[in-house]
Design a protein around this ligand. Structure first.
Ligand code: UGA
Length: 438
């Protein structure tokens, strides 16, 4: 079976390599020649642990990349993996990449092939694409459209692609069982090896599963951050609160880490796009709470800026070290990153920000070229009047508080991820401030 993957960003590139690993002949198609060149020489256009060895193993053998969509014509299955960012001037998703990819692909769809959407889209998109393929493709009625949402996490993308928690196959019941059969063949090894649960749904349910999952995760994080706000007001400790409620299996401890909140290219834009789509469906009230989740999340960033102001006083001219630029560790992604947004806000308030991140500095410098990008933690911290820990890279968790205390001008530490050893920092003379904890 031959597979094409349209769009080779975080999702598509890893999916293409994952499909090659499962034994298929795969062509990845992307409009960006720079990205295609890098992937074709088995180099990653973004940082993702475990991805490069997978590329190296399969590029030149079962896996290739091209800008020419006509090379997808021989594929039996086309995975649509293009991005759906937030629209300018609206909360809704921008579907222009989906539209462009499908328009380009339609003339090349062979009879019997299956177009499988993996991109996160507003509910109803799959049905629109089905109608478009049926009316516009020369073999339209003989091409199936299915939706197979992706749940991979950046930093764990390879593991999540090859060993997902579950597979969701959204299929059009009127089209016979062809699409489901093809998807079961594609994922046969994954299903057999890991006993991966498969949930077969209609198209709109599959689209909704993805946004519902991300909305739930965003809500869980914002819930614990709302509790952090209450803990701050009451003098309580949100980390202990999270441990205690997390022992209840119905609640669970995962995604209850309070701090500077969620960012990235998915959770923030997905909850906004969901609100926008619900409004179009006349159901805005049902997800009105997501607007509040977004507000709680963004407030945590402002709170950190306020904390710095409260402790340093007048901000212009102050020197602050920011540890972390990526939206999470093990990623170089700075889209809607809490760390970078806080660094930027301090910089705009006149602070001399020195920022360091093990992987994300080139991407961060494109967005905020005027920050000072340090070459090491030592360079960032030297002379700083406050140190902000905002992305929990292992390198930062393993820092020696005593050594850092000799480098900083003033020993004020804000742990925006609540995961440093507070006692060790205090013992080394630091004023340690967590979020939502005394
Ligand atoms: C998220 C989902 O977790 C994936 O399942 C989904 O496939 C993906 O979006 C997507 O839609 O493509 P990802 O954006 O890689 O994955 O990041 P997460 O691991 O979900 O973390 C999101 C943000 O929440 C990060 O900024 C992280 O630091 C923050 N977070 C996470 C917290 O602040 N507290 C927590 O307890 C957990």
């Amino acid at each position: 079976m031959r597979i094409s993957v349209i769009g080779t960003g975080y999702l598509g590139a890893v999916h293409a390599a994952g499909m090659a690993e499962l034994g298929f002949d795969v062509v990845g198609v992307d409009a960006d020649p720079g990205k295609v060149d890098m992937l074709s020489s088995a180099r990653m256009p973004f940082y993702e642990p475990d991805f490069e060895p997978l590329l190296a193993e399969h590029v030149g053998d079962r896996l290739r990349f091209t800008t020419d969509i006509s090379e997808a014509a021989t594929a039996d299955v086309h995975f649509l993996c293009v991005g759906t960012p937030q629209q300018h001037g609206s909360l809704a998703a921008d579907l222009s990449h989906v539209d462009a990819a499908v328009e380009a692909l339609i003339p090349h769809l062979a009879p019997g092939s299956v177009l499988v959407g993996k991109s996160t889209v507003p509910v109803g998109t799959a049905q629109d694409l089905t109608d478009r393929v049926r009316t516009r493709s020369p073999h339209g009625t003989d091409v199936a459209v299915a939706w197979n949402p992706e749940f991979l996490r950046e930093g764990l993308a390879v593991k999540d692609t090859l060993h997902p928690d579950r597979l969701v196959f959204g299929v059009d019941a009127d089209a016979g069982g062809h699409a489901e059969e093809v998807l079961r063949t594609v994922y046969a090894r994954t299903i057999a090896e890991d006993a991966t649960p498969v949930v077969v749904t209609d198209l709109p349910t599959a689209e909704l599963v993805k946004v519902a999952a991300n909305s739930f995760l965003a809500t869980k994080i914002s819930f614990i951050n709302a509790m952090a706000e209450i803990c701050e007001a009451a003098g309580a400790d949100v980390t202990k609160l999270a441990d205690a409620i997390g022992h209840d299996e119905r609640i669970g401890r995962k995604f209850l880490n309070a701090g500077v909140g969620f960012g990235g290219g998915c959770l923030p834009k997905d909850i906004r796009a969901f609100s926008a789509r619900a409004a179009e469906l006349g159901a805005s009230q049902s997800v009105a709470f997501l607007i509040e989740m977004d507000a709680i999340n963004l407030r945590r960033r402002e709170h950190v800026v306020d904390l710095v102001r409260r402790h340093l006083g007048h901000l212009p001219g102050r020197k602050v070290a920011v540890l972390g630029a990526a939206f999470k560790p093990d990623s170089d992604d700075v889209r809607d990153s809490p760390a970078l947004s806080i660094a930027g806000a301090l910089h705009l308030a006149g602070v001399q920000v020195s920022i360091y991140d093990p992987q994300a500095m080139p991407n961060a410098a494109q967005i905020f070229p005027t920050l000072h990008y340090a070459e090491s933690v030592t360079e960032a911290v030297t002379g700083a009047e406050a140190v902000l820990h905002l992305t929990e890279w292992r390198e930062f968790r393993e820092l020696d508080p005593e050594v850092m205390a000799t480098q900083a001008t003033r020993t004020l530490l804000i742990d925006g991820r609540n995961c440093l050893d507070a006692e060790a920092y205090r013992a080394a003379g630091w004023t340690y401030l967590g979020l939502g904890r005394p």
